[in-house]
Design a protein around this ligand. Sequence first.
Ligand code: PLP
Length: 420
Amino acid sequence: MAPVTVTGAVVAATLSIALLSYFLRKRSAHHKALSPKNPKKGLIDAIGNTPLIRINSLSEATGCEILGKAEFLNPGGSVKDRVAVKIIQEALESGQLVQGGVVTEGSAGSTAISLATVAPAYGCKCHVVIPDDAAIEKSQILEALGATVERVRPVSITHRDHYVNIARRRAFEANEVALKHKRVKHLDAKDVKQINGNTSEVDERSTVFSTDCKGGFFADQFENLANYRAHYEGTGPEIWEQTGGKLHAFVAAAGTGGTVAGVSRFLKEKDPSIECFLVDPPGSGLFNKVTRGVMYTKEEAEGRRLKNPFDTITEGIGINRLTENFKMAELDGAFRGTDMEAVEMSRFLLKNDGLFVGSSSAMNCVGAFRVAQLIGPGHTIVTILCDNGMRHLSKFHNAQYLSQHGLTPSATGLELLRLK
Ligand SMILES: Cc1ncc(COP(=O)(O)O)c(C=O)c1O
């Protein structure tokens, strides 16, 4: 009987081991299925590497492959997330900004929203000066994100109270507050009294910046080339990789010029035959600059013209001065786009592709359509889908607002654009 018992024990042991290893394998497979591959390390890591979407309706209408870089999928909702990250990272690296410091910016919205989104991830704060003609939902978002917001009257860039100039001043003021606080810490009560007696300006400003402020840094998206580098090192290489280098043209509108400059320069360096274009909204001087070499008509003194808020309903694009960022662009030509075309384009994309885009994205798609008309079928054209329509509910996607400006869309297709 003994051998039978031993055999039975061996069989039982083998069976138990097999069963155990089966359950262990099953468990580990279950765990593998649950654990995400390459999780993003925090919010900053989730910025960029946005999908390139084939815009089916426009591709079919033109016979070209029209691709939109879906920047609205960035965590802060726009292409400006990349710029915010690059500006803050470079400032921290150079020591111009320290943790606990405040990043100030003059912005019509998107860059400010991106700065306010990413600043906490770097232990920083955000102060925004915004023109009061920008859609109200933008300042509401900024405040909800914890930024401090100043809404100011739009004036010419040469005016000391242009929103960009105020933002520059605020950074300076934040530095003064930090410096004063540092000094106060090292002085006795008598000295403090003296300083307080002589610093009414700083006292007034300390209502904007608290005494624990560690200094300020002016993001300066228009002139700070970190903006251009964000696109030269990020957006451009991604487009190149996502198309396998097989693209014929790139087109975008410019606000600061960072996107069009960074992407065009990168693509041209890779392949000089890729044609790069600007599409320019009403009221902007860039079309003239690209096509005729002059920014202004004779009547307009350089830099003095106030871009009339009613020149265009598009937001974030169009400008009447040459920025350091735009100067980096390598362009082969430019197109003008109208507000009506942008509105019609946005409704066409929504109806046919389910793409709910903002005004600059719609203008970019007008540009892509123009490029397709120019270079003909069989080409691949890339543009940028900067943000989505939810940021534009009070103006660009508001029927009443559009009707007040004679911009009620009525086209059934792209007939408006085909007339060109
Ligand atoms: C919504 C939106 N789209 C496009 C742009 C233009 O991009 P860039 O500043 O890189 O020229 C901006 C700039 O502020 C923007 O806010």
